[in-house]
Design a binder for this molecule. Structure first.
Ligand SMILES: *Cc1c(COP(=O)(O)O)cnc(C)c1O
Length: 391
């Protein structure tokens, strides 16, 4: 089976699957042993070494859909990210980070990386020139995130990868929002791909997991640091992740479709000030997104007009849940100013373009019309005038 020739939906189901030799069952058996025969067996398996049968099976699936040599599974997206950073960087090295990275990544750099004499620079923006301007002679790694959270900016993946290659710099991307259904960064020249598998890979808001994928020569370092830090994913959760990943293509394609419909509905709505979704022609990087993505994803954000109370709006939704996390099969919304960006001052948020009226929207797989009806009724009852008239 040459995985390069198989479609993503086929790989999601079959790549890496274990054969049930004992009973001929249709799915991978689950092996929970933490102790394996050691005398002359090879590999000498131990869960923290990332080599239990189920870890290897799902890692192979992720490596196949991300078009990389190898992948490793972690207990969370942050375990994957922190292990990758610590594996790639040594004291004295310099890291360039996109200014709009995930809040947890920002926190890791400020609270952990800083202690180890590893220098880092946030870009001023997300154009290739912004990355180039942030380079230093000792830059070892460039880390990007596209589409970004919460404003869905698009970074030129190939542009950044080419820049890095010309200088011998390693690149990494947080591919959580797009998933390989929508973009395959390795095909555009990115070295390391990181996922919070808590999001679309898991897809049902019920598991915490992460992954790093990349070429063998870099993954060897990720493996070495990873088994020392010990942030593995338990095999029970690995097995749940395999179950989830079989429907990744199906889910994300429906989420893409729903998101496009809802973005267009919101864009035309009188009570919505602006919509941030790369699938809209009005999005500043729409052409770039079209060029490097196969679908525009399930994430978007929008700004309610001033006449609408953002908290009342969220409380008035009936199907859609106000929720901290994202990427489940159920549609959720959140206020960045109350959650991911709560620790910033209003001025800092304004600098990033994040107003108190901004709603981040994670599109699920429900019927799109039901979601639009829910938004419509919530807008109606959360108009500030109607609050006054009912008092
Ligand atoms: C959630 C998230 C993470 C962190 O993942 P955890 O599984 O919560 O540790 C990293 N990057 C992005 C883009 C995320 O959305």
């Amino acid at each position: 089976m040459n995985s390069k020739e198989l479609g993503l939906d086929t790989l999601c189901i079959h790549a890496g699957e274990l054969e049930d030799k004992q009973f001929k069952g249709a799915i991978s058996p689950i092996y929970l042993s933490t102790s394996y025969e050691f005398i002359d067996e090879d590999p000498k398996r131990y869960p923290r070494n990332f080599d239990t049968p189920n870890q290897l099976a799902v890692a192979e699936k992720i490596a196949a859909i991300e078009h990389t040599d190898r992948a490793l599974l972690f207990g969370s997206g942050m375990a994957a990210l922190s292990t990758m950073f610590l594996a790639m960087l040594k004291p004295g090295d310099h890291l360039v980070v996109q200014n709009t990275v995930y809040g947890g990544t920002h926190n890791f750099l400020m609270k952990v990386l800083r202690r180890y004499n590893i220098d880092f620079t946030y870009t001023d923006g997300y154009s290739v020139a912004d990355f180039e301007n942030s380079l230093k002679p000792n830059t070892r790694l460039i880390h990007i995130e596209t589409p970004s959270n919460p404003l869905l900016t698009i970074t030129d993946i190939k542009g950044v990868a080419d820049l890095a290659k010309s200088k011998g710099i390693i690149t990494s991307i947080d591919n959580t929002f797009a998933t390989p259904v929508n973009q395959i960064p390795a095909d555009l020249g990115i070295d390391l791909i990181i996922h919070s598998a808590t999001k679309y890979f898991g897809g049902h808001s019920d598991i915490l997991a992460g992954a790093v994928a990349g070429p063998n020569h870099l993954m060897e370092d990720v493996w070495e640091i990873g088994r020392n830090l010990g942030g593995n994913l338990s095999d029970l959760t690995v097995w749940l992740l395999e179950r989830s990943m079989k429907t990744l293509g199906l889910r994300v394609k429906k989420q893409n479709k729903n998101a496009q419909k809802i973005a267009e509905f919101l864009d035309a709505h009188a009570d919505i000030k602006s919509v941030y979704y790369p699938g809209l022609k009005s999005h500043p990087e729409h052409d770039l997104a079209k060029h490097q993505m196969r679908g525009f994803g399930g994430m978007m954000s929008f700004e309610l007009s001033d006449g609408i109370d953002p908290l009342k709006f969220q409380k008035s939704l009936k199907l859609i849940k106000a929720s901290m996390s994202l990427a489940g099969i159920e549609t959720t919304v959140t206020s960045p100013f109350l959650t991911s960006h709560a620790l910033m001052t209003p001025e800092q948020r304004a600098g990033l373009g994040i107003s108190d009226n901004l709603i981040r929207f994670s599109t699920g797989i429900e019927k799109a019309k039901d979601l639009m009806d829910d938004i419509e009724q919530a807008i109606k009852i959360s108009k500030k005038e109607s609050v006054l008239s009912t008092n």
